[in-house]
Write a protein that binds this ligand. Structure first.
Ligand code: HEM
Length: 188
């Protein structure tokens, strides 16, 4: 398996970034909700000390992913039997992922910058502010729920293809296997 994607499967670079980002985003959603539901400021700051660096790692991975796709890589072909509406929905969900992830990072940075909470989170100095007093907290909360819904839709579709259709679509996004090349439609 090479670093670059081919007509019938994703390459090692995109596969690695995909699963690492997935893992980190699940950790972000869990740690974010945990922080929001924690009243004790010391415990909340400790959770945010993990939450913020993970989010910066996701930003770095997303930039590398976009740059790699733009400069070196192309998506594998759509599979021939997939109805157009499913292909279209998948594309919309993929674009929305980028928009929401980058929006979450921007609003997260906005919350910390406007509230001046960085010294409290990372240096343990002073009391944590009430983040809800700062406008980016609202889109950060809405984005978190939309992201969760997209994840359920995305993972549900992948599992449907794997276990119900048994079409090898999920293995295109893994290090071994790949869907049958005779099912490919014209390269996009
Ligand atoms: C993809 C990136 C991110 C995801 C998925 C994410 C996820 C979440 C979630 C699920 C919540 C709880 C929302 C709620 O209960 O309404 C949250 C809260 C929060 N996040 Fe993030 N976040 C991300 C990026 C960031 C970044 C980059 C920062 C800061 C630089 C940040 C700082 C915070 C803060 C300060 C809170 C508020 C905690 C509270 O209200 O007590 N987040 N995040």
């Amino acid at each position: 398996m090479g670093l670059k994607s081919t007509a019938d499967r994703y390459g090692a670079m995109i596969v690695s970034i995909h699963w690492l980002s997935a893992l980190l985003i699940v950790a972000l959603i869990a740690s974010g909700f945990r922080a929001a539901n924690t009243v004790d400021p010391v415990a909340k700051a400790a959770i945010l000390r993990v939450h913020v660096p993970i989010a910066i790692a996701v930003l770095a991975l997303t930039i590398v992913r976009i740059g790699w796709r733009w400069a070196y890589d192309r998506k594998p072909n759509p599979v021939a039997w997939m109805p157009r509406w499913q292909e279209f929905t998948a594309r919309v969900v993929h674009v929305l992922f980028y928009v929401i992830i980058l929006g979450m990072i921007a609003s997260g940075i906005g919350i910390v910058a406007l509230s001046g909470a960085a010294p409290m989170i990372f240096g343990g100095e002073g009391a944590l502010p009430d983040f809800w007093k700062y406008p980016p907290r609202v889109p950060h909360g809405i984005g978190a729920r939309v992201l969760l819904a997209l994840l359920v839709l995305h993972a549900g579709a992948a599992l449907y293809h794997h276990f119900v259709r048994r079409d090898g679509l999920l293995s295109r996004m893994w290090f071994t296997g790949g869907s049958r090349s005779q099912l490919q439609r014209g390269r996009s």
